[in-house]
Design a binder for this molecule. Structure first.
Ligand SMILES: Cc1ncc(COP(=O)(O)O)c(C=O)c1O
Length: 500
């Protein structure tokens, strides 16, 4: 048996729960470093996965995932019936004491250009994670994972797999599976008032791919792009990774402020907006600003990229039709996702493009990744054509409305706080605004000690002036659990910015 684990370096791991980097990646990286710099020595026995999960406040599965990765990379070894140890000779360890450092110079010189390209560096500069842990109260942006109609989905998978023969095995349009494009077009015409034919619909693997595709195809490196401030970090990352010059435009309860945008940066090449429900503040782009935006596009030639986000979950008042529905000049490109209405891991979404661009988008897809996997597209097409998608949205809308009411009650009873009316109209989270100067990231870290997940509002700002606050999601959690969570939020009362 080796010496028993000195937990020192393990206990002090610096884990950041809000930078979007999956926890298992952060922990693996920290352990690699600890091994490479000798903080963890070869032959050292690591504490059990259960105790490390407790120390790091992560699930045991996360620790198991880390161990598996590091074992496969040669940093750790599992000894049956004994435990997990730091391996004595670490593969790929480039520290002074490692064997690999003695590679002959010619070997090193034979890789003169090893390392990321400038584009590669830009791509990884914005670290975005996905869901890495099962959601716990009040994780934002997550739909109810249990409510997904898994039985109907499996039945359709079974049925559809019987149809996997003939042409469909090899011949799928790069723009997507035709019946799915039809179903989406039909859904958008009825639910969003959009003027769309199925040939305008390009199936993607979600909004993130749609954003990347649009940034590649419609803007050039260095082109100015307006982005709502605060705004969606995923959009900012995709645009910046493609070399755009992203310009933060102040956004309030009526949406992006076109006048301010015009006065600061008059000729954008593209404007990215979430008109239906601004992310993360929750306002709806007003009729007046819609007109101003379309006018800006007409006079400057700017593309409008509409993220029709959260349009499905509206609980009060009349929903606005999509901006695309009033565009007469073919300047609005609209994106949608199934990540919130179905499941985030499905990775299915779409772009609605002006008709004259449809072929070009399909050609670009051919170069990038051809198309999304056919089986998922076939099942979703069937799910939509049979009315199961609309029925599921209706069910979720009333479930989330109940949960929203529970959240409002909790905020009122615990913090005497009532969100503004525009925020209550829909969505899956509330923003709790803090007084100026409150460190919202520190507050989020503090809440995490009680297993409460929130997101600091400041992370959605890219300019120097950031507002402080917390995003608290409610969609994925039962009303009774929301109502029982008062004790965790009670300490926030003094931090809240109140308008009265
Ligand atoms: C504003 C916004 N748009 C789109 C998405 C969905 O992204 P994706 O389809 O890549 O999962 C999200 C996810 O949180 C979001 O916040």
């Amino acid at each position: 048996m080796g010496k028993s684990g000195s937990a020192g370096p393990l206990m002090t791991l610096d884990i950041n729960r809000f930078n979007g980097v999956p926890l298992h990646l952060q922990i693996s990286e920290a352990l690699r470093k600890a091994v490479s710099n000798g903080q963890l020595q070869g032959g050292e026995r690591l504490p059990s996965t259960r105790s490390l999960a407790g120390d790091w406040s992560v699930s045991r599965n996360t620790v198991l995932q880390v161990f598996e990765t590091l074992i496969s990379e040669g940093y750790l070894e599992a000894r049956v019936g004994d435990g997990t140890y730091v391996k004595r000779q670490v593969l790929g360890d480039f520290t002074a004491t490692s064997a690999t450092d003695e590679r002959p110079l010619e070997t090193k010189a034979s890789y003169p250009f090893r390392g990321l390209s400038q584009r590669g560096k830009a791509l990884i500069a914005h670290r975005l994670g996905g869901l890495t842990e099962r959601p716990t109260l009040f994780m934002p942006d997550v739909p109810d994972l249990q409510a997904f109609p898994i039985r109907s989905w499996l039945r359709l998978m079974n049925e559809v797999s019987g149809r996997l023969k003939g042409d469909i095995l090899v011949n799928v349009s790069n723009a997507g599976y035709e019946p799915l494009r039809d179903a989406i077009a039909q859904h958008l015409r009825t639910a969003r008032g959009m003027m769309v034919e199925s040939r305008q619909v390009i199936i993607t693997t979600g909004s993130q791919q749609s954003l990347d595709l649009l940034a590649r195809l419609l803007v050039d490196r260095g082109d100015p792009v307006w982005l709502e401030e605060p705004g969606y970090v995923g959009a900012r990352a995709a645009l910046m990774a493609n070399g755009c010059s992203v310009l933060p435009i102040p956004t309030d309860e009526e949406g992006i402020n076109i006048d301010l945008g015009r006065s600061k940066f008059p000729t954008p090449r593209m404007v990215l907006v979430s008109p239906s429900r601004h992310y993360p503040l929750g306002g709806t782009l007003s009729a007046e600003r819609r007109e101003e935006l379309l006018d800006l596009s007409r006079t400057t030639g700017a593309w409008i990229l509409e993220d029709d986000y959260d349009c499905e979950f509206r609980y009060r008042g009349q929903p606005f039709a999509a901006l695309q529905s009033v565009d007469r000049d073919g300047r609005v490109v609209s994106i949608g996702t199934f990540s919130k209405t179905l499941l985030p891991s499905f990775r299915l979404g779409f772009v609605v493009v002006p008709i004259d661009l449809a072929d070009d988008f399909a050609k670009a897809r051919a170069v990038i990744d051809r198309h999304a996997p056919i089986m998922e597209q076939m099942v979703l097409a069937e799910f939509m054509h049979r009315g199961l998608y609309s029925a599921h949205i209706r069910r979720m809308r009333s479930l989330y409305a109940e949960r929203q009411a529970a959240m409002l009650q909790l905020l009122d009873e615990t913090l005497s706080y009532t969100p503004p009316e525009f925020e209550c109209a829909g969505g899956m989270h509330f923003v709790l605004p803090f007084k100026e100067g409150v460190d919202d990231t520190a507050v989020a870290h503090e809440l995490w000690k009680d297993r409460i997940v929130s997101r600091p509002l400041s992370m959605y700002f890219s300019g120097r002036r950031k507002c402080s606050g917390l995003l608290l999601g409610f969609a994925a959690f039962r009303a009774e659990d929301i109502l029982a969570a008062g004790k965790h939020l009670a300490g926030l009362g003094d931090l809240i910015r109140r308008n009265d």
